[in-house]
Design a protein around this ligand. Structure first.
Ligand SMILES: Nc1ncnc2c1ncn2[C@@H]1O[C@H](COP(=O)(O)OP(=O)(O)OP(=O)(O)O)[C@@H](O)[C@H]1O
Ligand SMILES: [Mg+2]
Length: 230
């Protein structure tokens, strides 16, 4: 499902200090990461703040490109696909939950969740609406369908982002701290929902988390320290 082969990420830092004038400085935020995840697996990525977890997740989704190495999604090498082809692959195949939610502010909760369903072009507008409404109800937001993101709490925005990722029933779900803004009870309900998808539809889960309960539910835990996989 996912294969990561010697992936590194190096970012420019511009010119630092007065010595070495003209020499661009770089910062390596991921070092030679390799692992693979089989279809149907659930994997937690854990590690301290700044260890590179979100950067790695972005590379897995093809939202960012590796400086070297390769990421294969369902056998497709992301490094040889252009932006449009990567977007098409994402749309067919994966759901992504950002640490910062990334809801569209001009759309209501319902419209945010309907959007990927409509873009996929499989469902009619009526079906997309019904499906989005059902998923928002499952995350406990059935009474908030018409709210805009700025009128939702942080935890409610997180649940809209989760509903948006779940609604198209992706084969692969990548989520960055999916329970980070939720109280214990709501977090437990969201964890149950993700593992229901894993059990019922065989959805592969790759979850970045600081939540020990969530990591414990996953079949495997990958630990990151300073941009390296331990
Ligand atoms: N484009 C960039 N340019 C420079 N530095 C970056 C860039 N993107 C990330 N970094 C740095 O890389 C490191 C890893 O960032 P990342 O967001 O992946 O961490 P994280 O493990 O997700 O942390 P957190 O648990 O706080 O979300 C951080 O030190 C960050 O400052
Ligand atoms: Mg992060």
């Amino acid at each position: 499902m996912v294969e990561v082969l010697g992936v590194g990420k190096v970012v420019p830092l511009g010119n630092l200090g007065s010595g070495d004038a003209g020499v661009a400085q770089t910062l390596t935020i991921l070092h030679e990461i390799s692992f693979s995840v089989a279809a149907g697996e659930s994997v937690a990525i854990v590690g301290a703040s700044g260890s590179g977890k979100s950067t790695l997740l972005g590379l897995l989704a093809g939202l960012d490109t590796a400086s070297h190495g390769r990421v294969l999604l369902a056998g497709a090498d992301l490094s040889v696909l252009d932006e449009d082809a990567r977007a098409a692959l994402r749309g067919r195949f994966l759901g992504f939950v950002f640490q910062s939610f990334q809801l569209l502010p001009a759309l209501t909760a319902l419209e945010n969740v309907m959007l990927p369903l409509e873009l996929a072009g499989v469902l009619s507008a009526r079906e997309a609406r019904a499906s989005a409404q059902q998923m928002l109800t499952r995350v406990g937001l059935g009474e908030r369908l018409g709210h805009y993101p700025k009128h939702l709490s942080g935890g409610e925005q997180q649940r809209v982002a989760l509903a948006r990722a779940f609604a198209p029933r992706p084969q692969l779900l990548l989520a960055d701290e999916p329970t980070g803004n939720l109280d214990a009870a709501t977090g437990t309900a969201i964890i149950e929902l993700m593992f229901q998808m894993n059990a019922e539809a065989g959805t592969t889960l790759i979850l970045v988390t600081h939540d020990d309960r969530l990591a414990a539910r996953c079949g495997r835990v990958l630990r990151m320290v300073g941009g390296r996989l331990m």
